[in-house]
Design a protein around this ligand. Structure first.
Ligand code: ATP
Length: 250
């Protein structure tokens, strides 16, 4: 690919406080606009990898760059700006369940407001319209006033995606976004992520257990085993034998 990398890992290591190795000598670049799927067994380091990109987890050594800048020393405003451009989707949706869909979606915009305004819920009319548009993108505009916990799992995940869109993200990190969903709903959610990638040029990185899904949606697959990259290929080059390597336990 000839596009500049939006994210790069250089000799990245992560050792947790209890001595567990989370990531081991990770080196790779993610070009802007790529749909990257990270696969691996439970405990392989997929969540750790994703969470180092927005500094939810700190790395032990090496360097991660986002848009050509090392994120290691970011704090205060620079860290807030980093997190604003990186949306995150979680397996369990992370919605405020007793709040309305509208409030949940608008909360994706708080980093654009001073704290006191966001606490009082003083969102602009423009942003309220933006929330409706975000819900339209995930085909849920009619649920604007519903309570989040009245929705199905798949609908809640779509609300979470709409919330992320309020950030105007350049990157979406999705950590097992379909792990709690049935096959039909899985397809809806994956299709939405793919559409945002293709129509908006958002770089999407998704952690998945399912190799079949990875093959269906990814531009490229990175396989992790015990914190190490054991496989990194564009989708066209993927073979069963390669993927089996990712799932070997020894
Ligand atoms: N806070 C923590 N403290 C200590 N070890 C941790 C912590 N978080 C994760 N680990 C360990 O780091 C390794 C990688 O975990 P990680 O959650 O990144 O894997 P994963 O591939 O995302 O797994 P899963 O598919 O189950 O979510 C595992 O051995 C895990 O037990």
């Amino acid at each position: 690919m000839d596009k500049a990398p939006i994210i790069s890992f250089k000799n990245v290591n992560k050792v947790y406080a209890n001595g567990t190795v989370g990531l081991k000598n990770i080196n790779f670049e993610i070009p802007q606009g790529e749909f990257l799927v990270v696969v691996g067994l439970s405990g392989a380091g997929k969540s750790t990898l994703l969470r180092t990109i927005n500094r939810m987890h700190e790395i032990t050594s090496g360097e991660i760059q986002v848009e050509g800048e090392s994120i290691k020393t970011y704090k205060g405003r620079s860290l807030r700006l980093l997190r604003r451009k990186i949306g995150m989707i979680f397996q369990n949706f992370n919605l405020v369940k007793r709040s309305s869909v509208a409030k949940n979606v608008l909360s994706g915009r708080v980093s654009y407001y001073p704290t006191w305004k966001s606490i009082l819920g003083l969102f602009s009319t423009t942003d309220k319209q933006k929330a409706v548009q975000a819900l339209q993108r995930v085909s849920l505009a009619e649920k604007l006033y519903a309570r989040a916990d009245e929705l199905s799992g798949g609908q809640q995940q779509r609300v979470a995606i709409a919330r992320t869109l309020m950030q105007d993200p350049k990157i979406i990190l999705a950590d097992e976004p379909i792990a709690s969903l049935d096959p039909l709903t899985t397809k809806t959610v994956m299709d939405i992520l793919k559409r945002l990638n293709q129509e908006d040029g958002i770089t999407v990185i998704v952690n998945l257990h399912s190799v079949a899904l990875a093959r269906e949606y990814a531009d490229r697959i990175v396989g992790l085993r015990a914190g190490e990259v054991v496989y990194d290929e564009p989708i066209a080059a993927v073979t069963e034998a390669d993927l089996n390597r990712v799932y070997q336990t020894v």
